[in-house]
Design a protein around this ligand. Structure first.
Ligand code: COS
Length: 385
């Protein structure tokens, strides 16, 4: 459901001020300490950020995707580690339940995710199954009223903080590929579930990922998402489609911040007796970044509108993820170039953002996976003409 324009404007204004006044001043500290301060997380809860995409009926703000991407765009103005705190509750951790969960599952879990009482993580990737998600090996064997899970999930965002995991596991060992996979809600304190130490990463310090190990982990059969086995891969794909629009929005938001930093520096930094922004070669970099960020923002808004209208947006979501994350990489690279030596130094934020944006082209489906999704759809459509 879309908010009325006035309420949306108020929410956008509140989030914009929160980002610029509360989050930006903490960026360096979060990177240094590899942690978002608890009082900031409490403020995120109060603002309703954990429940942006969860329906009103279950305690969230119930934003349409068009509204969600505008809010997420604002959040892109600061370190992506902040968004990551509630990002899995808004996106991949909760949406499996929102899209395909039973009424009981929604009632049981969504209000607690919307309030931020618990964090949800999305557990698809495995040591041997990344881009080829359908080859996953984690098994879920039915045993009476329970399933018994065995396997390892890798690089799971927010795993160290999660209260529940949406876990994709193979319920039918005789069906290889996507069709033997089911999705489960697995509680953190389930016997047989353990979370490894959080990984050290290139960037995005303050956002945590870890491996999740299932050793004869018992899960009630009632926690099978949607109550029907064999649908988990499709649930995961639908979750990722929506997530790719969200990613497009965050990438364009970060690009806007980097452009703002670049323009500020180009206006002040003097060389050859004048601000470097007066040189056309620097202007070209600024203009290319502005043009590409505008293209990204516009395509995300268009795809979100189509999503809200009920159109099939698989191709458009992949286009947004592909273009916007690659674009953010180019904008970050130009920002380093405009800052010159200062762009390489840790005392300025550019160096940190440069490392942070590198992940955008990898997680929630690499650029190459987006290309495959787009091209396959084109070729299939051509074959059916
Ligand atoms: N929405 C709904 N259903 C979808 C879908 C989507 N976006 N994409 C695929 N499906 C369905 C297909 O229609 C097919 O069902 P039917 O056989 O009943 O028609 C089934 O799912 C299997 O699809 P497909 O044959 O395309 O599966 P593949 O194993 O070839 O894999 C890709 C497809 C590569 C697209 C998939 O594995 C993928 O997205 N990988 C990347 C995973 C990822 O993003 N990982 C990041 C980490 S998780 S944060």
């Amino acid at each position: 459901m879309a908010l009325d324009p006035e309420t949306l404007d108020q929410l956008l204004d509140t989030v914009r001020r929160f980002v610029r006044e509360r989050l930006v001043p903490h960026e360096a500290e979060v990177a240094e300490n590899d942690a978002v301060p608890p009082e900031i997380i409490a403020e995120m809860r109060d603002l309703g950020l954990f429940g942006l995409s969860i329906p009103n009926a279950h305690g969230g703000l119930g934003l349409s995707v068009s509204d969600e991407v505008r809010i997420v765009h604002e959040l892109g103005w600061t370190s992506p580690a902040f968004r990551s705190v509630f990002g899995t509750n808004v996106g991949i951790g909760s949406q499996g339940i929102v899209i395909d969960g039973t009424d009981e599952q929604k009632t049981q879990w969504l209000p607690r995710l919307a309030s931020g009482e618990i964090i949800a993580s999305f557990a698809l990737t495995e040591p041997e199954a990344g881009s080829d998600a359908g080859s996953l090996r984690t098994s879920a064997r039915r045993d009476g009223d329970e399933y018994v899970l065995n396997g390892t999930k890798r690089y799971i965002t927010n795993a160290p903080h999660a209260g529940i995991f949406t876990v994709m596991a193979r319920t039918d060992p005789n069906t290889p590929g996507a069709h033997g996979v089911s999705a489960f809600i697995v509680e953190r304190n389930s016997p047989g579930l353990s979370v490894g130490p959080h990984h050290r990463k290139m960037g995005q310090q303050g956002a945590h990922t870890a491996d999740v190990v299932f050793e004869d982990c018992r899960v009630p059969a009632a926690n099978l998402i949607g109550g029907v086995a064999g649908k988990g891969f499709k649930t995961a794909m639908k979750v990722l489609d929506r997530g790719r629009l969200h990613m497009g929005a965050i990438a364009t938001g970060i690009a806007e911040r980097l452009i703002d930093e670049s323009v500020g520096y180009a206006s002040e930094r003097q060389q050859f007796g004048k601000p470097i922004g007066e040189f056309q070669l620097v202007q070209a970099m600024l203009a290319d970044s502005r043009t590409e960020a505008y293209a990204g923002r516009t395509m995300v808004a268009d795809a979100a509108r189509r999503f809200d209208a009920g159109e099939d947006i698989v191709t458009e979501a992949a286009c947004c993820k592909l273009f916007c994350t690659e674009m953010a990489g180019r904008v970050a690279d130009r920002a380093v170039q405009i800052f010159g030596g200062a762009g390489y130094m840790a005392e300025y934020p550019i160096e940190r953002f440069y490392r942070d944006v590198r992940l955008l082209r990898i997680y929630e489906g690499t650029s190459q996976i987006q290309q495959i999704v787009i091209a396959r759809k084109m070729l299939r459509a051509a074959a059916n003409r």
